[in-house]
Design a protein. Structure first.
Length: 261
């Protein structure tokens, strides 16, 4: 049996496993990155709400302070009102009292509004913060799982790449060149075995005489239909250990035919 053909067939098996593994990893790294960005955006949102609450609280304290000042003035005017000597003084102080009164109402209103705003934004911040804690726990869980999956596939990838290197050096240069060219053109499958008289890549029938020749394992053919390298069923069996299904329907059909021989 041609060793290079045998190793070429083995190489295909490894490459197919690698392809499958890379496909299974799929968008995991991107998903982790997306989740991280989403968390960062939520944390920014929380910081914005908290900053608004702090501003509202500052405003409220400011109105509170102004209100205290004007109330003190008001009390002062009230006291002065008893000491006035002239009507003119009385009018002036009355005007001050009314003005202070007006400002007390104004500042009280402002303060009440600021308090409502502060209470609202503080409540909102607390609610958002609690919600975020839940989301963060979920995110950290998912991130850990995704990272574990990525780590696992990286270990498996390293193993397969090592295996590929070991096998690839045993494939002759012409076989390798042909394989790599076809593999790119044919969806990752460059070499297939004969399966029950058909091409394992496209199920096209292979002439019986050629099937017998390939069975000796010292040469390959190129499928007329799909263009893939086809090796004998003995080569495939030596690597696979057992006959591999072409596909459910073809396998059943061909086996039924084969048993009549
Ligand atoms: Zn074919």
């Amino acid at each position: 049996m041609n060793e290079s053909l045998l190793r070429l067939y083995e190489l295909q098996k490894i490459d197919s496993e690698l392809d499958e593994l890379l496909a299974s990893r799929g968008g995991l790294p991107e998903r982790v990155a997306e989740m991280r960005a989403d968390m960062a955006a939520r944390e920014d949102e929380l910081a914005t709400i908290r900053a608004r609450a702090a501003r509202n609280e500052h405003d409220m304290r400011e109105f509170e302070r102004e209100l205290a000042v004007v109330k003190e003035k008001f009390e002062g005017y009230k006291a002065q009102q008893f000491d006035v000597k002239t009507t003119r003084e009385y009018d002036a102080i009355t005007f001050q009292i009314e003005d202070a009164n007006r400002r007390i109402r104004e500042f009280s209103d402002n303060m009440a509004r600021a308090r409502v705003e502060f209470e609202n934004s503080r409540g909102e911040a607390e609610e958002y913060s609690a919600e975020l804690e839940g989301i963060r726990a979920e995110f950290e869980d998912s991130e850990r799982t995704l990272n574990e999956l990525i780590t696992e596939t990286i270990d498996e990838e390293t193993r397969l790449r090592g295996e590929r290197e070991r096998v690839a050096v045993q494939v002759s240069a012409p076989h390798m060149a042909l394989y790599e060219r076809i593999r790119i053109a044919k969806d990752g499958i460059g070499v297939v075995g004969v399966r029950n008289g058909v091409c394992g890549g496209c199920f096209n029938a292979i002439p019986r005489q050629l099937v017998m020749e390939l069975r000796r394992g010292d040469k390959h053919t190129v499928c007329e239909a799909c263009g893939r390298i086809v090796v004998g069923d003995t080569v495939a069996l030596a690597i696979d250990g057992e006959p591999q299904a072409v596909s459910q329907s073809v396998e059943v059909e061909e086996e039924a035919e084969g048993s009549q021989e």
